[in-house]
Design a protein around this ligand. Sequence first.
Ligand SMILES: [Zn+2]
Length: 182
Amino acid sequence: MCLSKIVKWLVGTPLDNPPVESPTEPLPILSIPHPEEEIIPLATIEATDINQVFNDWLEDWQVNPMAFPFWLTVNIEVSNKYLFPAGTMAETKQMWIRPEWANPGVIAHEMAHISYSLLSQEDKSKFPVAFLEALETDDLLQLVYSTKPYMRFDDIETHADCYRYLGQQMPKSLKRFYPYLF
Ligand SMILES: [Zn+2]
């Protein structure tokens, strides 16, 4: 570009059509705070450092350190005995996870199931109501709810995936439904 064109551009363009009103700020692009990790197809039980994965969950989801002693009593076994990624017996705090799925997000989902099991029946019944209320106004929750179909499977999976994908960024009104996690 030659100098005369630059001068013309500098002088001419901004003033030719002065905006009547300043344009509105573009909306920030939302992104899921804790997206799915890649699965590791060739992962083995022997090579999986589950303690490291567990620690990554504690750190990345900023679990309340006061609750660490509680979470350290969960027994996590890396195992191929189930075809699905992971499963948890919430009452006995026993979890199984396949090696290719051994990542902090899957741990977060399963730990949310344990947290849910600690809720009173009353709070379990209040959660779906509070969730739908939060969904009306929370953009990030709407993003997750509209893009992650498993979240709509039932109330328990809704509860788990809300924590798994949003972590600390879930609506404040829902955090009370997650004992030992905040
Ligand atoms: Zn689940």
